[in-house]
Design a protein around this ligand. Structure first.
Ligand code: SIN
Length: 548
């Protein structure tokens, strides 16, 4: 074992609400925690970009009512166990961790001195039950969590650290006995340190993936840059199951500025009354969902916008905030107001151009209610995981809650297992070999990497996007596989770097999504097939996902 290694009890990869909560609870339980982010600042996460809010509990609310809303939005493809768990546990953990412990400054009804919180509503919720902090809920939660972690001695946060591969005893131990273990065991990760340009071996009793989803493999997304499915493909390569990989959720409303990265326009705007209108002046959601109208579930709304754009040969529709939101808009939605203002749009006076964008991945690494994956010693929490909570389409504002709840319980479970002595013995842990360097052909060319990304993202957007057809999916798979052969070779022969790891991971993630979409002939939720031919198969037709 070289100098370039570190040992910890709990390794957590990713610093959004799920990873940070897991780190916080694990550290409070007395564990040594190592928390990694590939970014330069731990608060640069998807959580930080979340605007709308976090599900809490509304007037007249109950776990049963929340459960019904989640199941309806998820087209009943949800795990009943996960839905039940979140509906019962969620509000209590929000109170314990975010309100009582971290004092997150959620918006109150009349002002901070008033005890009761204001609650908003979003698409497909039957009542107002969402706790929010103006339109920067995620940013406030993230800040509180990172500040709390920075004050804890048993937490080490490492930035600019990109995980390359998970370590498992079957794959990486040099102890002959490891090959005879019936069940493989995760034992940490190999991590590329960008500043030192070296690979660190981190040995860990328990490893938690909290790397977020894969929105950035699509041309237009609301994700933090570089969210390309790292955790999902590392888990897959290590032998953990992935599930529901076809379910990419598209958010109906992001600011449309040609050439600019998509900026989210929270569904809370429609929760407060805003309405979608096409360029002919028709408030078109009445036609698509006469009951819920602009508050229809996200999948329906995104498809409706897509169809309006195609039918009218337009590249966007409009969101009319000015005529329908009766609150003081700059106070209620300060970030959105300021961003649009900067782009020359006054949302208090004029409609805003909007388009859908890839937003949230409902599939991922298969986990149970404690965040355990099918690989012993490996956990996954937050968007990288698939708890089954969201089924075929996620209900708004459940993602922060899912990250919080699963981060919390994964930490408790890891602490219990460590305290009861369920650990890898030292000799076996230290038998893990160092990272074997990739090749030394210095041919990393930013132009080639940029071109590969452009191809992957446009293939995913055009062929594996909001409206899918069998023909488009087939072409996508062929193109992605062809590209993968070349990228894999490039990965093997070139010195490792953050950009190469990202491209390698992103290509694999794209193939997994396209493959799963092709295999599922059932058009359901955010896997929307326009021309689904042949008989619908009972779901799941095939659950496991592989790169072949
Ligand atoms: C939003 O504010 O519209 C996003 C909330 C979510 O994705 O749950």
């Amino acid at each position: 074992m070289s100098e370039s290694f570190k040992e910890t009890e709990c390794l957590i990869i990713g610093t959004g609400i799920a990873g940070a909560t897991c780190a916080y609870i694990a550290a409070k339980a007395g564990l040594r925690v190592c928390l990694l982010t590939k970014r330069s600042d731990p608060s640069l996460t998807n959580t930080n970009l979340a605007q709308g809010g976090i599900v809490y509990s509304g007037h007249g609310d109950s776990p049963e009512l929340l459960k019904q809303d989640i199941l309806k939005a998820g087209r009943n493809l949800n795990s009943l166990e996960a839905v039940d768990f979140l509906s019962r546990q969620g509000p209590g953990i929000v109170k314990e961790v975010l309100i009582d412990d971290l004092n997150v400054n959620f918006t109150h009804l009349k002002g901070p001195e008033d005890e009761s919180y204001d609650l908003t509503r979003e698409g497909a919720h039957s009542i107002h039950r969402i706790l929010y902090a103006a339109d920067h809920t995620g940013q406030d939660i993230e800040k509180s969590l990172i500040e709390a972690l920075e004050g804890l001695e048993n937490v080490e946060i490492i930035t600019n650290a990109t995980a390359i591969d998970l370590i498992t005893l079957h794959h990486h131990s040099m102890d002959v006995q490891a090959r005879y273990l019936l069940e493989d065991r995760c034992a940490g990760a190999y991590v590329f340190l960008e500043k030192k340009k070296e690979v660190l071996t981190i040995l860990a009793q328990y490893t938690v993936l909290a790397t977020g989803g894969l929105g950035d493999i699509f041309l237009h997304s609301t994700s933090e840059k570089g969210t390309v499915g790292d955790g999902i493909v590392m888990a897959m390569r290590a032998g953990a199951d992935t599930i529901n990989m076809e379910f990419m959720q598209f958010h109906p409303t992001t600011l449309y500025l040609p050439g600019a990265r998509r900026f989210l326009l929270s569904e809370a705007l429609r929760g407060e009354g805003a309405r979608l209108v096409n360029l002919r002046g028709e408030y078109f959601m009445d036609r698509y969902n006469p009951e819920l109208k602009d508050l229809a579930p996200r999948d329906e709304t995104a498809i409706a916008i897509w169809d309006e754009m195609i039918e009218n040969k337009e590249d966007h529709v409009l969101l009319d905030i000015a005529n329908f939101v009766h609150e003081d808009i700059p106070t209620r939605f300060p970030k959105i107001y300021a961003t649009c203002r900067q782009a020359g749009i006054d949302i208090t006076r004029e409609p805003v151009p909007v388009v859908p964008a890839a937003h949230y991945f409902c599939g991922g690494v298969h986990v149970n209610n404690l965040g355990r994956t099918t690989l012993n010693g490996l956990y996954a929490v937050g968007e990288v995981s698939c708890t089954g909570l969201h089924g075929a389409n996620r209900l708004a504002s459940t993602s922060l809650l899912e990250g919080l709840v699963w981060g919390y319980y994964a930490a408790k479970d890891i602490a219990d297992r460590i305290n009861s002595g369920e650990t890898i013995r030292s000799g076996m842990l230290h038998s893990v070999r160092d990272w074997i360097p990739t090749g030394n052909v210095e041919n990393e060319d930013p132009a080639l990497i940029a071109q590969d990304w452009a191809s992957i993202k446009s293939t995913m957007w055009n062929y594996v996007g909001i409206v899918r057809t069998r023909q488009r999916l087939k072409i996508a798979i062929e193109d992605l596989r062809h590209m993968y052969l070349r990228i894999e070779e490039f990965y093997r022969e070139t010195p490792v770097s953050k950009d190469i790891i990202s491209l390698f991971h992103g290509t694999q993630a794209a193939i997994l999504v396209a493959d799963a979409a092709f295999r599922n002939r059932n058009s359901i939720g955010c896997h929307f097939l326009r021309d689904h031919t042949g008989s619908a198969r009972p779901y799941p037709a095939m659950r496991r996902n592989y790169i072949q």
